[in-house]
Write a protein that binds this ligand. Structure first.
Ligand SMILES: Cc1cc2nc3c(=O)[nH]c(=O)nc-3n(C[C@H](O)[C@H](O)[C@H](O)COP(=O)(O)OP(=O)(O)OC[C@H]3O[C@@H](n4cnc5c(N)ncnc54)[C@H](O)[C@@H]3O)c2cc1C
Length: 325
């Protein structure tokens, strides 16, 4: 045992965004608690350049230990610092499992780290289980364009690494007043080589993952006029406009608005799908409480997912609805 941290255990990388620790970290900690319970091991969150307060918030999500890596401030924004820190800590403490959020940062960090550690990585997992016989992590993810689910194990190397997209797993119920041990590690990351000047906001910073109401448009929406009506309806419902991938691929909508396997996973209270067929790759990202689908094709697959199916032209539907107060 090193610094009170036994080898093995389930680790979660506590990624920080501009607003603090990303919510996906807490979602992952919820799963880590379940997995570690089955393995009778502990849950450790790795925080690079964070504060005691942040460490405490990770404890409420289920972390038993916090590895707080202290790195020079100027090295913090560089992804290579995080790779180096995680590599050194993993080599020192030998975790059994390491989970990361499949955010833009995590998607770049995880494969780089897996290569450094000489281990396997399963990206975009939708299911994580412990095999009762082998104790290995069974990592399930959609494969072949979402047409089948593959369960992958990494039997020979550790840590067993997986990324999970935000909102795939629910937030755990916070557990207050938990005892947590903070282990500080000073790491003089050497690899950073760029200087962080300022953060420029992107043209569209909308977070469709945070919306309670999504009005989502697909190829059947028609032209710009109907898109403007859909946007108006979204505003009126206090919601946000999102879309299927073809509208993103054709440049009509920005990528941040894309729902689905290669876009965002969303879990709004209401998902109003306008002219979306309901392809499996799209629906892989929809975890809505209520789905309302508007489509002219009675056989559209989306009707198989919808709680309310409206067989109608999108434009007519939007105009009729917006006429109402
Ligand atoms: C590896 C991979 C990853 C992918 N990732 C994603 C992803 O993340 N997100 C995603 O969305 N897709 C993704 N796709 C693409 C996906 O397979 C579908 O092609 C896509 O979702 C279809 O988009 P759509 O429903 O807008 O278009 P379509 O499938 O063309 O459907 C249009 C629908 O509009 C209806 N319609 C037509 N006219 C009207 C009208 N006037 N009024 C009402 N309804 C009308 C039609 O009946 C039809 O059902 C991925 C594909 C692959 C292979």
């Amino acid at each position: 045992m090193l610094n009170g941290l036994e080898p093995g255990g389930v680790w979660v990388y506590a990624e920080q965004g501009t607003d603090g620790i990303r919510p996906v970290v807490c979602e992952l900690l919820g799963q880590a608690v379940r997995l570690a319970g089955e393995l009778e091991q502990t849950v450790t969150a790795v925080l690079v350049g964070g504060t005691e307060e942040q460490a405490a918030s990770l404890a409420t999500c289920g972390a038993d230990r916090i590895l707080l890596a202290e790195v020079p401030d100027e090295a913090l924004p560089d992804e290579r610092t995080h790779t180096e820190v995680l590599e050194r800590l993993a080599e020192k403490y030998q975790p059994a499992i390491l989970l990361l959020g499949a955010t833009a940062f995590g998607r770049s960090l995880a494969p780089r780290l897996a290569a450094r550690l000489g281990t396997g990585l399963t990206a975009d997992c939708t299911g994580l289980e412990i095999d009762p016989e082998t104790g290995l992590l069974r990592q399930t993810r959609p494969a072949f364009g979402g047409n089948l689910m593959a369960t992958i194990v990494c039997p020979e190397r550790t840590p067993q690494m997986a990324t999970v997209r935000p909102k795939v797993f629910p937030m755990p119920v916070p557990s207050l007043n938990r005892e947590v041990r903070v282990i500080r590690e000073r790491i003089d990351a050497t690899e950073h080589c760029f200087e962080f000047l300022e953060r420029l906001p992107s043209a569209d910073e909308t977070d469709i993952g945070a919306a309670d109401v999504l009005v989502s448009i697909g190829q059947g929406i028609g032209g710009a006029e109907n898109i403007a009506l859909a946007e108006k309806l979204a505003r009126r419902l206090g919601g946000t406009l999102s879309s299927s991938r073809p509208l993103v691929d054709s440049g009509v909508m920005p990528y941040v608005r894309q729902v689905g396997q290669t876009g965002k996973t969303v879990a709004p209270k209401l998902y109003l799908a306008l002219g979306i067929s309901g392809a499996i790759q799209h629906m892989a990202g929809v975890a809505a409480k209520t789905i309302v689908a508007v489509n002219t094709d009675p056989d559209a697959p989306i009707f198989g997912y919808a709680h309310y199916a409206i067989r109608c032209d999108c434009g007519s539907f939007l105009r009729a609805l917006l006429e109402k107060d």
